[in-house]
Design a protein around this ligand. Sequence first.
Ligand code: AMP
Ligand code: GLY
Length: 423
Amino acid sequence: MKVLIVGGGGREHAIAYCVAKSSKVEKMYCAPGNAGIAELAECVPIGAMEFDKLVTFAKEKEIDLAIVGMDDPLVGGLIDEFEKAGIRAFGPRKNAAILEGSKAFSKDLMKKYDIPTAAYENFDNADEALAYLETAKFPIVLKADGLALGKGVLICNTLEEAKAGVKEIMLDKKFGASGNTMVVEEFMTGREVSVLSFVDGKTIKTMTSAQDHKRAKDGDQGLNTGGMGTFSPSPFYTKEVDEFCRKYVYQKTVDAMAAEGREFKGIIFFGLMLTEDGPKVLEYNARFGDPEAQVVLPRMKNDLIDVIEACIDGTLDQVDLQFEDNAAVCVVLASDGYPVAYEKGLPITGLDEFKKHEGYYCFHAGTKFDGDQIVTNGGRVLGVTAKGATLKEARANAYKATEWVQFDNKYMRHDIGKAIDEA
Ligand code: AMP
Ligand code: GLY
C-alpha cells in the first residue's frame, strides 16, 4: 500500500512512525514533512493547504490512503477533495470537521444533545456581546469561533479585560474571520485531560488518556503555545471519569453528529475539564493532538493502518484497540522566544543517540535539512519522548534524553508531568 501523510509536525512524525511499522505499507510520502519524517518517508514540497497539488500528486503516485492530521486542511475540506478524486482518505469531511472548525457549532451541538459543557452564549455582534458582559460573572472566557492556532481563547478577570477582548476578537479581527462569531463561556476550574478516539461514523473507540502543558513557561506561566509537553496516561482519568464520559460524552457526540447529517469518521479529540460537578467538554478537535499523539501512538499495540481502514470502512466495532500497560512522557524542545519570535536555521546535534535506545523517540516538529545538516525550522523543534514502566520513570527517561540533543537557544519546560506527583 502507498500512503500519503499530509502535514509536517511532531504529530505527523508520530503518525509516520506508526505507519512505517505496518506490514501493509510499501511506500510512504509526506507533504511537506520535515527532516525527521524524511528518514521514514519521501517528503514532497507541497503545503497542507495546496489542495489541487496534493490531489494531483496523490493521483500521479496512485496513493492508496491519504492521512490528514492537521486542523486547517480538514476544516477546509481536503478529505472531500481527495474523495472526489477517488482517493481513499482518513479524516472527517468538511461538514464534520466543523466540530473543531466552529466553537459556536460545537457548543450548540452539546446544548442540543445534552452533553456536559460550560454554560455559554454565542454572539455575532460586538454590541450585543458587550451588553451581555455588563451583567456577567467574572472570570469569563471569550473564544473566537474559528481556528486561531490555539490562541483564540481569552480568559478575562474583569469587565475591562473582557471589553478589550471583544474589541480584539470581533472588531480588530486579531484572528481574522475566525472572530466574526464569538462564544462567551462560563469559566471552569479543574484538571484538564485529553482523550483521543477513533470514530467510524457510528462506533467510537477511545485511546489511552493524556495531558498537555499549553503554557510556555514552568508553573503554567507565560503565553499559550501549541503544547510544550505531554504525559500519558493521566492518573486523574479514573475509571469513574471514564464511565461518566462513556455514558454522557463520547457516544453521544458521535450519535449527535450522525443525527445532524454530519457523519464523523476520523479522530475526535475530547478536551475535558474534570470539574467539581463532573467532567465537562472544554473543546473538540477533529484530529490527533500535537504533542498528545507523541505519547499516545507509541503506546498503541494495534497496526495503525488496520484501525484507520476500519474507521473508513465502518468496521471499527470489530477492532480490539489495545495500549501498552506503561507510560510515556514528551518534552518539547523549542527555540527560545517561542511562541513569539525566535531564530531558525540553527544546527542540531546528538540526534543519532535515539537510535541506540529502545523506548526513546525524537519526533521532529520544526526541522529541515541544510545540506547534510539538520537545522531548526520552527518554534517547536523536537518532541523528545520516552516510555517507562511508570509515569515517573518515563518522565526521568524523557528528561535524560533531552540532554542528548543540542542546538543554540534550546528551550524547554522543566516541569512536564509535575502533576504526576500530586496523583
Ligand atoms: P480551548 O482551545 O477551547 O481548549 O481553550 C484553550 C485553553 O483555555 C483550555 O485548554 C483551557 O486551559 C482554557 N479554557 C478554555 N475554556 C475554558 C473555560 N470555560 N474555563 C476555564 N478555562 C478554559
Ligand atoms: N495539544 C493541543 C492540540 O493539539 O490542540
